[in-house]
Each structure stands twice: as C-alpha cells, then as structure tokens.
Design a protein around this ligand. Sequence first.
Ligand SMILES: Nc1ncnc2c1ncn2[C@@H]1O[C@H](COP(=O)(O)OP(=O)(O)OP(=O)(O)O)[C@@H](O)[C@H]1O
Ligand SMILES: NC(=O)c1ccc[n+]([C@@H]2O[C@H](COP(=O)(O)O)[C@@H](O)[C@H]2O)c1
Ligand SMILES: [Zn+2]
Length: 271
Amino acid sequence: MSGDKTKVVLLACGSFNPITNMHLRMFELARDHLEETGQYRVVKGIISPVCDGYKKKGLIEACHRLEMAKLAVEDSGWITVDSWEGMQPEWLETAKVVRHHYEELLAMENNDDVDTVKYAKKRRIQDCFESSSNHKGSDGLQLMLLCGADVLESFGIPNLWKPEDIVEIVGSHGMVCITRSGSDPHKFIHESDVLWKYRKNIHIVREWVSNDISATHVRRALRRSRSIRYLLPDSVVCYIGEHRLYSAESEKKNNDVILAPLQRYTTASTS
Ligand SMILES: Nc1ncnc2c1ncn2[C@@H]1O[C@H](COP(=O)(O)OP(=O)(O)OP(=O)(O)O)[C@@H](O)[C@H]1O
Ligand SMILES: NC(=O)c1ccc[n+]([C@@H]2O[C@H](COP(=O)(O)O)[C@@H](O)[C@H]2O)c1
Ligand SMILES: [Zn+2]
C-alpha cells in the first residue's frame, strides 16, 4: 500500500561546477534504494548549486552553473533545480539550506488553508515541526540531504561543519549517501559517535558500477582541449562550448582565498 509510505524529497547541495551525469545518477540510485525498502516514495529531487561566496577554487559564476544544471534536468520528470541558495550574496550553511527547503515544503503542503479545517491541519503541521525530532510534515513528508560519501566524510574536517548543524541534518532530516571510490562511509559512521547515534537516518547506497566522473576531471579535460562528451549531457557540453567556460584562467579563481566555511569557523574559534 502506497498510502502509509513516507514521501521523500531529496536535496543535493554542491558546487556542480559543472553538473555531470554522475550528479544525475545519484538521484536515480537514491530513489531506487529508498523505494526498495518499501518505506518511502521519492516524490521530488532538488539540485541546489552553492553560491559564489563559497569561494571554492575554480568555482565559476552561479548563473552559469545554474543554467547548466537546468539544461541537465530538462528530460527528468522529477529532478528540479533551485536557485535560492545559488543567488545568495553570502555563503550559507547547508543546514540553513535544508531548513529553507523543508519550510517551503511545509508551506506547500499547507498553502490552501483558508478554512478552519485546514487551519487545524496547519496547527498539526506546526506542532509536528516543533515537537518532533525527526522532521516529517503532516502527510509524512521528509526532506533528506543527498550527497556523495566525500561530503559525509568532510564532517570530520576541523572547522568545516558546526556540530549542531550535523545533528540537525542527520538527526532531524536524514541523509542519503552514495559511495565514491576511496570512501568508506560505514567505517566513518562507526568511528563517529554522533553519526553512530543517528545511523538509522543515514542511508548508504553502494554504487556497484563504480563511476569516478568528477567535475574536476571535466574541467581538467576542458583545459587540455579534450572531449568531455558522454560525461555530461550534450546540452551542457554545448553550453560550455558556446560560453567558453572553464579555462586555465577560471581554474585560478579563489586560488588564494580560504573556503567560506573554514574562514567563518576558524575566525569564530580564534576570536
Ligand atoms: N562520482 C560520484 N560518485 C558519488 N557522488 C558524487 C560523484 N560526483 C559527485 N558526487 C556528489 O555530488 C555532490 C556535488 O558534488 P560536486 O559539485 O563537488 O561534484 P564533484 O564532481 O565532486 O566536483 P569537484 O570535482 O569539483 O569536487 C556531492 O555530494 C558529491 O559527493
Ligand atoms: N558547514 C557547512 O554547512 C558546510 C561546510 C562545507 C561544505 N558545505 C556544503 O557542502 C557542499 C559541498 O560541495 P563541494 O563538494 O562541491 O565542495 C556545498 O553545498 C557546501 O555549501 C557545507
Ligand atoms: Zn566535489
């Protein structure tokens, strides 16, 4: 019966510099995995490219990264691109991005509540939001962060993530994590007390057809005038060509700049 399944929205945050086929595959892998448990129905995927203020080396303008992501999902019936995070003037913690999208989902569930019956529903949603440690809307809607294992393992890098943000993401919402070559998410969870505590909220998806496509590889190939075809959708390949994106020059962007989260938390902990 599909009625008692938890509806899930998957949110992927990252640079998408540029988006690759593997970013799109992550969504398909995650949906299959969650639905195979019999407990979930994945209703939507959201790609949220990070804003320019993240200051990652070689990060090109958000408007281009957003445009490429939109072209890449044109044929998908369920994956969408959201520009809210990408258009922010300053880098935002991922926990805040998750919160923003979760609140939007609650508002959408609830947007036609004009009469008293619907008001009561709204109250129930708010009660649920405020009292529950595992955030689910009244219809059992859940937002999960979708990422590769490298992002999960980055939780262990000093001054990169606030501990309370990790608790909010993993403890209240949940994560789906796709294995990546060189990663061992099970070991990482085992060795972290906080991740171990919330291990039931972390869904690890084993990618058996190991696929090492990375945006770094795509940018490198472009600098060397090598083909990038079939690593990313043709529409994105054309967009990169038309706008002459990714060069030795663009790779130097933010070369001497500290990544925004490291800058923020290192300054905070020393002041
Ligand atoms: N081949 C892959 N397997 C699993 N996860 C991936 C893969 N490529 C990207 N991801 C995930 O996609 C999300 C966005 O990543 P990101 O934009 O950094 O892409 P990337 O290919 O890792 O780029 P870069 O090489 O610039 O770091 C992250 O959660 C990352 O872990
Ligand atoms: N403290 C935090 O919330 C924090 C720290 C580092 C990266 N991130 C996010 O993780 C993603 C990582 O993207 P990259 O793998 O492309 O660097 C980005 O969306 C970034 O905003 C969040
Ligand atoms: Zn990456």
